[in-house]
Design a binder for this molecule. Structure first.
Ligand SMILES: [Zn+2]
Length: 473
């Protein structure tokens, strides 16, 4: 049944990637100037990395923030080679961020190579004369007590030592690490939020306050977790290796990474698998449930895996072949074990991914950890895309997070008990367009199924995912 639904979904992704936008209608100029404007206006975001957005009559805009993250260069030989920039704005084109308060203590302010940043601005931003007038606003410094330093050849954000208050971050992170090591709760460092878990060594008052303003997990805090995860460089070739061991496979959500035959170096694959595992756990929903998840990777390729790029872009493999490879990791399909096939983007180009719900398997390019949670939410969670589509679907939505006008499938039928919960753009209601114009999504703002930049599920998707995860101990 479901296989038939997947085709239109794939076709859509595929077409978006291949066909250039139609020219603007008579004399209509494109009024959208950037990815952020395009996304904010609700136009579809393609499942590629960097993310791209397309509005009718406009060129395709790639996310500057993603480009920034992909290319980021922090090499330096002296302090003056480095500068602190707001990475959430990408290359800060035109007047982006000009009216924001300046708070260098925020995680988004990062130290990068000044020469690289200036080159990126030159390559990706319009010239100043095309940016329009500068907005009239005063600079509002909140915390400028950080600086960019060159440490061992890498640009590094560092507190200016003059002010004792600035030492609070590192001090509180040490306290948090201590609190974590004294904690009886079985949550991994990715899911443990400083100040929020039970512990025999509570935080000092000033650090409790500090973490209210600077929320951080144990792992994000830079504290070394008490249980070191095995480095991905240490693995056994030709066999199954553990990346995250939470317990008996019978009780856990088991995720098994498999390499396509394009990988020639298993240490590259091992490191890619670790990156994808981190991407999953950095998503708070999964990070806070780390203790219910096992992750494995099979350090062995099979030339008969049937992996190829459909239409030169979309990864696909012979599914029975992948399943028998995964047996080496104890794969059990009936138990709900999940397979993730990585394609080595050092060998083949594929910015796309494909997640198939019924088969509990997804295929994804190694350079796209940024879209992993979204795709995994298709393949494991059976969630549908909630970004806008410009077509009408002839079937009723099989996904828990899309509704239609057909009795039995309406918003009230599917998520009536949640309507009105949440607030602002996250309030649950019934909003037109859920990858099809005649379908509805639960919130105006959407979640990771609408916008890859969001790190949460909307309340309807969340209830469904919580239900799925409740099957695991
Ligand atoms: Zn999708």
């Amino acid at each position: 049944m479901k296989a038939r639904l997947i085709l239109p979904m794939l076709m859509c992704i595929f077409i978006l990637g291949c066909i250039t936008p139609p020219p603007p209608a008579n004399g209509t100029a494109c009024s959208i100037k950037s990815f952020d404007e395009c996304a904010a206006a609700g136009y579809p975001i393609m499942e590629s990395y960097p993310r791209q957005c397309r509005a009718p009559g406009c060129p395709t805009f790639a996310s500057q923030k993603d480009r920034f993250d992909i290319d980021k260069d922090i090499s330096c030989s002296e302090d003056s080679d480095c500068s602190l920039v707001d990475g959430s704005l990408g290359f800060g084109c035109c007047w982006a961020g000009a009216c924001d308060a300046i708070d260098y203590s925020l995680e988004k302010w990062v130290a990068v190579s000044k020469a690289w940043y200036d080159a990126g601005k030159g390559a990706y931003c319009p010239s100043t004369s095309d940016c329009g007038p500068a907005p009239g606003c005063a600079v509002r410094p909140v915390n400028e007590n950080f600086t960019a330093e060159c440490v061992s050849g890498s640009c590094t954000k560092a507190p200016q030592p003059a002010n004792a208050d600035l030492q609070l971050g590192p001090k509180c992170c040490r306290e948090c690490s201590m609190a974590y090591s004294e904690s009886p709760v079985a949550v991994g460092p990715h899911g443990a939020w400083c100040g929020k878990f039970m512990t025999g060594a509570p935080l000092s008052g000033e650090c409790e306050v500090y973490f209210k303003g600077n929320p951080s997990t144990v792992s994000r805090c830079g504290a070394s977790p008490p249980q070191e995860e095995p480095p991905s460089a240490n693995f056994t070739e030709d066999s199954c290796n553990g990346l995250l061991a939470s317990g008996d496979m019978a009780d856990k959500l088991n995720i098994i990474f498999l390499p396509s035959h394009h990988y020639s170096d298993m240490s590259v694959f091992a490191s890619d698998a670790a990156t994808f595992k981190d991407a999953l756990l950095d998503f708070p929903f999964f990070g806070s449930r780390e203790d219910k998840i096992n992750v494995f990777f099979l350090a062995k390729t099979d030339g008969a895996d049937g992996c190829y790029l459909a239409g030169n872009t979309t990864p696909a493999c012979d599914i029975p072949a992948m399943r028998s490879m995964a047996l080496a990791c104890g794969f059990d399909r009936d138990r709900g074990d999940q397979l993730v096939v990585l394609f080595d983007n050092g060998a083949v180009q594929t910015p796309y991914a494909r997640g198939e719900g019924e088969d509990n398997i997804l295929f994804i390019g190694s350079s796209s950890p940024g879209i992993f949670v979204h795709e995994f939410s298709h393949s494991f969670g059976d969630l549908g895309d909630t970004y806008d589509g410009s077509w009408n679907n002839t079937i009723d939505p099989p996904y828990p997070n899309c509704a239609s006008d057909t009795p039995g499938y309406t918003c009230a039928d599917k998520w009536g008990s949640l309507i009105g919960t949440g607030s602002g753009a996250e309030q649950v209601g019934c909003f037109r367009n859920c990858h099809a114009e005649n379908w509805y999504r639960p919130t105006q703002g959407g979640d990771v199924m609408r916008d890859l930049g969001k790190d949460y599920y909307d309340p309807v998707a969340l209830a469904h995912m919580e239900q799925l995860m409740s099957a695991y101990e």
